[in-house]
Design a protein around this ligand. Sequence first.
Ligand code: PGA
Length: 264
Amino acid sequence: MLKKIYFGTNLKMYKTIKETKVFLDTLTDLTKDMNREDFELFVIPSYTSLPDAVKIENRGLVHLGAQNMGWEDEGQFTGEISPVMLKELALDLVMIGHSERRHVFGETDERENWKVLAARRHGFTALLCVGETGEEKENNISDEVLRTQLKVGFKDVPAERAFDGDTPKIWVAYEPVWAIGVGGKPASAEYAETKHQVIRDCLVELFGARGEELPVLYGGSVNPQNAEELIVRRNIDGLFVGRSAWDAEKFNDLIRLARKKAGR
Ligand code: PGA
């Protein structure tokens, strides 16, 4: 079987409930001919959109996730949403440690670890985002930063918890902070591949040989111009797209372009 490739988008603090539903209906309809056996599509909308999002007609064609999650099941944590609450929605995925959570809201590696543990305890796939800042890159400590984020982020996750049978339940997104969002500069495919190799080696160190099977996605100013050169790299298993994905037609075009380049 061909290696799976992954395409997903985080809608951040964009799109109302209605806009999210239209986006999901359009995207799943446009991509419904694509064989899901070697292709995973995921969308991570706002919390308020999730109850309607899980009811879309083509629910089976897309994984849906939350942008963040509290680490306790319940308690005095005003403003947080617990894993138990997200389970009520029958979600597949929880994103943890997006760059904006780390750098706008001050989340630490230790807290991301608590969330990863909670996500796996409750059966969610944990999508951990890692990435160095521009300053860390300048100081030549990117590899150390990535290894720290992974080693602390996945602390106490046993190798068997990284999978459910053959299904990887831990996904990693490499998103260099300097590459993300308006004003971000996309990483070159060569640069991204070297960092994906660092991540891959660290995953093998943490989870043994099966670390090779965990998907590592690239994110940060992915666009129709760079999607093809990124997706063909050996250690890049998928693309995690922001702005270039928020129009369903454009996202469908980008996915088709990249899939074709990857021989699908
Ligand atoms: P971008 O966002 O593609 O708009 O740079 C990426 C992200 O934040 O995940």
